[in-house]
Design a binder for this molecule. Structure first.
Ligand code: SF4
Length: 470
């Protein structure tokens, strides 16, 4: 397999040829249906099992408080963590941004003459576009998490932070394996898993370096923790002689005693499991092996500096807010255009890349509050989205353009009186009818209608229908 095919830019979102035929409108290949069904099923499982757990709200409160304490004391905790990790023989490196983090990984790879890397799941490496950067210096990086492996094979990027290939059906995966691995087509789940396992097993043995993420890092003991379900993370970090762990600076927790509450919440919130199948607790390299931790900022201190968005850094990446979000369920991950989709992505991304580049994201929400109601660390997502909307429209950004302002002014004018409202509604009805028949759709209308159809125009105005029904 050619790892160069792992395209993580927007241009690469179209995916493998067999998926292109199924592109329905936005960027998601397999359509909204399977995504919506999978999210709903997962969300329901999460709600059912939490309904049966008496201390659930207590766990959430404890997790929230621990995270807020950790964020308020981040500087001290990170220094303590570094000191304790170094004492255990783990080399600790700091990266201000993605470019520096990539350079550090490449330096390590070149220092040890690394040719092949196996990777467990890490969203930080997606931020860094690490596979791309490694490919540029001749290092082959292979994803080993099954979902990540599938999207890498298909030349796509993850659609979900926990289940990256949520948009692919078993049939899609069968075609993908036939197309890329030369395997006989099947859509049988067990056979598909066996195929992936067979191909991946050899790779662990050949790899020179393993990369993983970090879910939690306990400052008091210098302990790194990551969780996973497939065993691939354990193999990626224990079979190759070198392990590089990538960690966002916000993952530090004060003490190992805080870990159980997060483990209780993470598996349950993400995949409705009591506990993730594997919990790896790393306390230093085995004899003769090397271990590095790269602490990545990459915009996190922007979020930290703003008291309105700071709590978003407490996110434990469980993905529950995505599964419960009516917008994400319809649009899917790629529609957000960034590494972190869904409600939390719409807060974190403007912090990481700048509000000027991502000002539209906070508007991709119905503000229904389903996300914060389920969030295990009680992040107040809707209020933060409203705050970012306000900032977006009050500074130079795509949502502050003259066309946006004109549209909102017109809307306010139309809503300012009964007669004006009726005239505007009449105009919209006539305009929508005309737009359907225009052979060429101009400007924004053209962009809108490339991926969607206009809703059918009702035969009569709502007020008229209402009156008649009364
Ligand atoms: S914001 Fe909350 S619900 Fe969403 S991924 Fe983070 S921890 Fe999970």
């Amino acid at each position: 397999m050619n790892t160069d095919e792992h395209v993580s830019t927007r241009a690469g979102l179209e995916g493998a040829a067999f998926l292109k035929d199924k592109t329905p409108g936005l960027a998601e290949p397999a359509g909204f249906e399977s995504l919506g069904i999978a999210c709903e099923r997962s969300a329901n499982h999460v709600l059912e099992q939490f309904a049966e757990i008496a201390p659930y709200q207590g766990w959430r409160e404890a997790a929230y408080r621990i995270k807020q304490y950790a964020l308020a004391n981040l500087d001290k905790l990170l220094v303590e963590l570094e000191r304790n990790l170094k004492a255990k023989g783990i080399e600790v490196l700091w990266a201000a941004d993605a470019a520096e983090a990539n350079r550090l990984v490449i330096d390590i790879a070149q220092q040890h003459n690394v040719k092949t890397v196996v990777k467990g799941k890490t969203m930080v490496s997606e931020e860094m576009e690490l596979n791309h950067r490694l490919a540029e210096v001749g290092v082959r990086a292979l994803e080993t998490d099954l979902g990540e492996y599938l999207v890498q094979l298909a030349g796509q990027r993850p659609t979900h932070i926990v289940t990256p290939a949520l948009h692919l059906s078993a049939e899609d995966v069968g075609h993908l394996f036939a197309d890329k691995l030369g395997e006989p087509y099947t859509a049988e789940h067990r056979t598909l898993t066996d195929i992936a396992r067979r191909h991946l097993r050899e790779e662990y043995l050949k790899a020179d370096l393993g990369v993983s993420g970090v879910n939690f890092a306990a400052a008091d003991t210098g302990t790194l923790v990551f969780v996973e379900n497939e065993g691939n993370g354990g193999l990626s970090t224990s079979v190759p002689p070198i392990h590089v762990a990538l960690m966002g600076i916000e993952k530090v927790i004060p003490s190992l005693d805080c870990l159980p509450v997060f483990l209780n919440l993470l598996g349950r919130s993400g995949t409705a499991q009591k506990l993730t199948t594997y919990t790896h607790i790393l306390r230093g390299p085995a004899p003769g092996r090397k271990m590095y931790l790269i602490l990545v900022d990459n915009g996190r201190t922007n979020l930290l500096a703003d008291p309105h968005t700071r709590s978003a850094l407490g996110c434990i990446r469980c993905g529950a807010c995505l599964n419960h979000c009516p917008v994400y369920r319809r649009a899917g991950g790629w529609a957000y255009g960034w590494v972190y989709p869904g409600p939390i992505g719409s807060i974190v991304t403007p912090g990481l890349v700048g509000l000027d580049k991502a000002a539209k994201l906070p508007f991709a929400s119905s503000l229904c509050g389903a996300c914060s109601a389920i969030c295990p660390v009680k992040i107040d997502i809707p209020h933060q989205l409203v705050y970012l909307r306000n900032r977006g429209v009050n500074q130079s950004s795509p949502v502050h353009s003259w066309i946006e302002r004109l549209m909102w002014k017109s809307w306010a004018m139309a809503m300012g009186g009964s007669w004006r409202y009726r005239m505007a509604a009449l105009g919209v009805r006539i305009g929508a009818r005309l737009a359907r028949f225009l052979p060429w759709k101009p400007w924004y209308l053209g962009a809108w209608m490339r991926g969607r159809d206009l809703p059918p125009v009702p035969p009569a105005a709502f007020r008229k229908t209402w009156k008649e029904e009364q």
